[in-house]
Design a protein around this ligand. Sequence first.
Ligand code: 4H4
Length: 240
Amino acid sequence: MKFDVLTIFPEMFASLEHSILGRAQENNLIDINLINIRDFSKDKHKKVDDTPYGGGAGMVMKADVVYDSYCSIKNKDNAKVIYMSPQGNVLNQEKVEKLSKEKHLILLCGHYEGIDQRIINEIVDEEISIGDYVLTGGEIPAMVLIDSVCRYVEGVITKESIGEESFSNGLLEYPQYTRPETFKDQNVPEVLRSGNHQNIKKWRREQSLKNTYLKRPELLKKIDMSREEKEMLKKLSEVL
Ligand code: 4H4
């Protein structure tokens, strides 16, 4: 999967050269190409922004400079152009999985008060937000999108990890444990050391439902539950 990223701070993406995403790039499973918007400024001071028409605080990124940086990308495959913006659709696991089916994505990172509306009209297919808050730049949101989407690219992580994690089955994940067996007088739940895979599966499903009920109850509306599971949650609600 290929990502072209239009940014004025390419150096921020160095963090994607480590760990799982670093290995995925070494193994040519993903390709992250950074384009420095500032390289396309014709201004002797390499300006990429200017004051907003109509006055007001802050600066706006210039449409012509952003456009020239976009035109430097070979977009023969008509890749989707995504603008990272607090006005976009909020990214969730369902959206992440959909985006992972694309072969090539172009991410546009805004700064300051954002980008001139005319370049959004001209090249942007979709605005995506990572949450209802305003950051200083779109680079961290772009890295969040790349990280979450790349987990679905074949070979980047093991298939099993995808299946049961939070949100993949619509629920939050069950609690995780590893050695040592005892920590601060807390033991690992006996069932996880029983070797009985059917009981472990049942326990994990129950814990996943409990976790979701306690932390994100609204997610349960979309989940099919057995009568037994509904009973279990009803009992849980009675003791809370
Ligand atoms: C972009 C600020 C657009 C304001 C920006 C606007 C996010 C986010 C973000 C730097 C840039 C900010 N990007 N999810 N949240 N004028 N980006 O805060 O559209 O309101 O993705 S504007």
